[in-house]
Design a protein around this ligand. Structure first.
Ligand code: SAM
Ligand code: SF4
Ligand code: F3S
Length: 444
């Protein structure tokens, strides 16, 4: 098995898992990744079921693989991720040319699944939830660039009424603290400067250290002390888990970035209650206020669901007000999609589709304008940027991210890749900035 085509749909947790699949195959068979379906000996789709569209897209892509499999019967086709977790054997029934199905918690068992498929000649399904076992069986993290993701917890125990994730990923389980620290230290030794701590509700982290438990605040403070680590991000966090301790860390740890993605979903208390989010708009705003008090200038992005069953125009106006009050500059916003098996799927919904589409467009326009304003306000400022590589549009230039997660392109020598530099912001574009090099910030 020389070449693997691995495609990930959905969230960053899935992207992270896709990289791990690639590592598992490389270790077991020396497999390399390819971007060409035709060249691949094994094709893996890491799927997402958060909205109906995402789920149907997977079946569409799988259907298109049929001629490829017919022409090359030894080709292996595997389906992982959240659709796999939810549908299991149903995938093989619907798409008979699929060879194996595995869940987010069983991706480390890929070699066993492949062996069983070959030995039995029958499709294999393993979507069990063996807690956090996978991390003990994954190859050591390897990195080339200056940024890396480290998964610190899996799953979700919040059961928001609209969401499929607790059913596909299982309950919240945290990795032990010493394991996380060892992985971060290993990455820092390989030249990684920015660590993004990853989890479905990353601030619900409760890592074991012997008989005690450590929270995200403690983990961040400990990582900030590690030589080589210059920046710490975390995603995705839940408002209910923004503890006073975590807020205080923003006042104490400059390496923790001044940007937070904190999904709010709606600005209307009625809707938030029906969603079972466990906070009110006022409570959400109070978290933002406390964060800005300890870290002035902090920027925020969020997730929104528009057109939740029963959302009135007044509810939607409340969301727009919240968007303005907080000043979100970026968002992931979507129209509500009923997910079979979730409580909200049973609710009556009489809002016409066109109204939902208008609301979504209005929300996104507002947030885009605020984002553009935020970037314009950065003009002339000096920003610390971690140089990640060559610019996407012009390989002669370099690109990096500011503390508040905005991409900056600038002319500079390739030797700066992986370093922290100071740039003066000279131009604000639609979704990025341009800058000029002032000085290289001494990296530890
Ligand atoms: N755990 C994170 C939180 O609650 O803050 C979010 C994780 S979820 C995978 C990502 C986003 O998908 C949610 O914040 C929500 O906006 C969106 N989402 C989840 N279920 C949805 C649904 N049924 N329809 C539309 N959007 C949905
Ligand atoms: Fe889904 Fe809610 Fe869990 Fe986020 S907190 S993953 S929205 S159930
Ligand atoms: Fe999708 Fe599963 Fe992530 S449903 S958003 S891939 S947790």
């Amino acid at each position: 098995m020389k070449k693997a085509y691995i495609r990930s749909f959905g969230c960053q947790m899935n992207e992270y898992d896709a990289d791990k699949m690639s590592d598992v195959l490389a270790l077991a068979y020396g497999t390399e990744r390819t971007n060409s379906l035709e060249d691949a000996d094994i094709i893996l789709f890491n799927t997402c079921s958060v909205r109906e569209n995402a789920q149907e897209k997977v079946f569409h892509h799988l259907g298109r693989l049929r001629p490829l499999k017919a022409a090359k019967p030894e080709l292996l086709i595997g389906v992982g991720g959240c659709v796999a977790s939810q549908e299991g054997a149903e995938i093989v029934r619907r798409v008979p040319h699929v060879d194996f199905v595995f869940g987010p918690q069983t991706l480390h068992r890929l070699p066993q699944l492949i062996a069983a498929r070959r030995a039995s000649g029958r499709a294999q399904v393993d979507i069990s939830f063996p807690a956090i076992e996978k991390f003990d069986h994954l190859p050591q993290a390897r990195r080339q660039g200056p940024t890396a993701f480290v998964s610190i917890m899996e799953g979700c125990s919040k059961f928001c009424s609209f969401c499929i994730v607790p059913y596909t990923r299982g309950e919240e389980v945290s990795r032990p603290l010493p394991d996380v620290l060892a992985e971060v230290a290993g990455l820092a030794m390989q030249g990684v400067r920015e660590i993004t701590l990853l989890g479905q509700n990353v601030n619900a982290y409760r890592g074991r250290v012997g008989d005690d438990s450590a929270d995200l605040a403690f983990l961040i403070e400990t990582i900030a002390e590690m030589p080589g680590v210059e920046r710490i991000r975390f995603t995705t966090s839940h408002p209910r888990e923004m503890s006073a301790r975590l807020v205080e860390v923003y006042g104490r740890v400059p390496k923790l970035v001044s940007h937070l993605h904190l999904p709010v979903q709606s600005g209307a208390d009625r809707v938030l209650a029906a969603m079972k989010r466990g906070y009110t708009a006022l409570e959400y705003k109070s978290i933002i206020r406390k964060l800005r008090a300890v870290r002035p200038g902090m920027s925020f992005s969020s997730d929104f669901i528009v057109g939740f069953p029963g959302e009135t125009d007044a509810d939607f106006q409340a969301t727009l007000r919240l968007v303005e009050e907080v000043g979100f500059g970026d968002s992931y916003s979507f129209i509500y999609s009923p997910r079979p098996g979730t409580p909200a799927a049973e609710l009556g919904d009489d809002t016409p589709a066109e109204v939902k589409e208008q609301r979504l467009a209005q929300l996104q326009r507002r947030i885009d304008l605020q984002g553009a304003d935020e970037r314009r306000r950065m003009l002339g400022r000096v920003e610390r940027v971690l140089v990640e590589g060559h610019a996407a549009k012009d390989p002669a230039e370099l690109a990096g991210r500011t503390d508040n997660n905005v991409v900056v392109n600038f002319p500079g020598a390739a030797a700066l890749i992986g370093r922290l530099v100071e740039l003066r912001i000279t131009q604000a574009m639609t979704h990025s900035l341009r800058g000029e090099l002032l000085a290289e910030t001494a990296a530890a």
